[in-house]
Design a protein around this ligand. Structure first.
Ligand code: MG
Length: 510
């Protein structure tokens, strides 16, 4: 009762009690690898704003996304639950997917909103739109939404760099042009990639200023389209990097980060704002020099090797979080309970929450409360279940699987589709402190590794006993009626779905 009363006061009166709740800004990159930032060792990336954040913040060396591809990764970020429990498997939602994040799931935005927070998402949602747009972020606790609700390669496209440079390929011709939603309405279709990042930055910074003016605590989820394929950049960032197209896109992402920090400072809320940066999955190595980099880690997007799921992650809150780096184990699934703890919101008890509170690592330089981490693949299934488990410095692979996200001449055969799915019994065991590249399996027939495998087997058994696999939302399939269209019922579909009378250059059919 007391909690609800305080919430009402926050929403309607904006008392000083609300000001005590920290603002939370989540910066979430797309397909950015562990080795892509200068602060994680990349030699030719230039990202001054990210570098400053890294210098002033806490860098995680052992931080994981929840899946090696977008939708399941994002489902865990939003719910604090592994995707097996929420039905976000296998693979990702398409432009015309009829499924979405189930409405009986509760998101971090919905929980923070209950506590008086203003909530906004800018950018890529990728948890479904649905036939009646019933899965948009505004149905999941966000007050405001500006963005393309899925990957920007799930559309036809032609221009990615100034003034008329191509996107390398032309995207998916059978899908509607990329829509930019403003809440539940399409404000631009097709999305103009040359101005998209500015549109996103304006939406994000306006929200920060509005909330600060109202003295209302806020949660901003900035889900960049960068650095997913196809790379794109505005005039300001075209040919700005010696790292090529990927570097240009990363520079634009960094500029967006700078805009957000500027707004936090200008709005006078920097003392009371927690900012966290990470990425949804590893680099897309099939894109070769136009994809990201996993540094010393094996493989990338699509696999449960470290390169697919270990991510750069930086926590920033000067005066509260000590600058430096940490080796503690943490994951995107932990952000749900961590944000709720910061906002003094109780963790839901009517469902299993897989995340653990990261506050001891962030604010007390203490050890992680996380004892192990679970790896599910992009093609997760109830039949195979858990693919790998990390316990302390050891990782046991029960299955490994290559994917088609690697070019034919990629040097490591284990990453490629031709590697197939292989069951390992006993599991393949690596010491990630000694061998982050997972190249030297340990001899599990001898002590001490046979004992370590037994311990991890017990963890697996105990964890899997808690999992009730939800029906797959992604297997519900696609339908043209679910493809976002600014002119429903128009012909010729899907290219008629535009907000402008003439076809934009970004969707021109050549
Ligand atoms: Mg991704």
């Amino acid at each position: 009762m007391e909690f609800k009363l305080l919430t009402l006061l926050c929403v309607f009166i904006h008392t000083v009690n609300c000001d005590d709740k920290p603002n939370i800004v989540l910066l979430f990159a797309d397909d950015l690898g562990w080795g892509d930032l200068a602060s994680y060792g990349h030699p030719t990336s230039t990202s001054p704003n990210m570098d400053k954040m890294a210098k002033e913040g806490l860098r995680f060396m052992n931080f994981y996304s929840s899946n090696p591809v977008c939708s399941p990764s994002r489902s865990s970020l939003m719910t604090g639950r592994y995707p097996s429990r929420t039905g976000i498997y296998p693979g990702v939602f398409n432009c015309g997917s009829v499924g979405g994040l189930p409405l009986n799931e509760t998101t971090v935005a919905a929980q923070l909103k209950k506590a008086g927070y203003g909530t906004a998402i800018v950018g890529k949602w990728h948890l479904g739109v649905g036939e009646n747009q019933q899965y948009l972020p505004t149905k999941h606790g966000f007050d405001h939404y500006t963005g393309i609700p899925y990957s920007h390669d799930m559309c036809p496209y032609y221009v990615c760099f100034y003034p008329n440079q191509s996107c390398f390929d032309h995207g998916r011709q059978g899908d509607t042009p990329c829509p930019v939603f403003q809440d539940e309405k399409i404000m631009q279709q097709p999305a103009d990639f040359l101005t998209l990042s500015e549109t996103y930055s304006t939406a994000a910074t306006s929200f920060i200023h509005q909330m600060a003016d109202k003295k209302q605590p806020f949660f901003l989820y900035m889900a960049f389209q960068h650095t997913h394929h196809p790379q794109f950049a505005s005039k300001m960032f075209t040919n700005s990097s010696i790292r090529g197209m990927f570097g240009d896109a990363l520079n634009e992402l960094d500029w967006q980060v700078g805009q957000i920090f500027d707004a936090i400072n200008e709005a006078g809320v920097s003392q009371n704002t927690f900012v966290f940066f990470t990425s949804d999955n590893g680099p897309s190595l099939v894109r070769e020099v136009r994809g990201g980099n996993a540094g010393p880690l094996r493989c990338g997007k699509g696999t449960t090797y470290e390169g697919g799921m270990r991510e750069p992650a930086i926590a920033w809150w000067p005066g509260k979080i000590k600058p430096g780096k940490t080796l503690e184990l943490a994951a995107t699934v932990d952000l749900f309970p961590t944000f709720l703890k910061l906002a003094d919101v109780p963790i839901p008890t009517d469902r299993v929450i897989d995340g653990v509170d990261m506050s001891p690592i962030l604010f007390e330089n203490e050890m992680s409360q996380r004892e192990y981490y679970i790896y599910y693949p992009s093609g997760a299934s109830p039949e195979k279940g858990v693919y790998a488990i990390r316990h302390k410095e050891y990782k046991a692979h029960y299955y490994t699987s290559g994917t088609g996200l690697y070019s034919a001449h990629y040097p490591d055969a284990a990453c490629k589709a031709s590697a197939g799915t292989v069951k390992h019994d006993p599991p393949l065991l690596f010491n990630l402190n000694y061998d982050p590249g997972e190249l030297n399996p340990l001899n599990t027939t001898e002590s001490p590794y046979n004992e370590i495998v037994k311990t991890i087997n017990k963890i697996k058994e105990k964890f899997e006993a808690t999992v009730v696999w939800a029906e797959s939302e992604i297997r519900k399939g696609d339908n043209n009626t679910a493809k976002p269209c600014a002119k429903p019922g128009c012909t010729p579909f899907p290219h008629c779905c535009t907000t402008t009378p003439s076809m934009s250059k970004t969707t021109r059919v050549l």
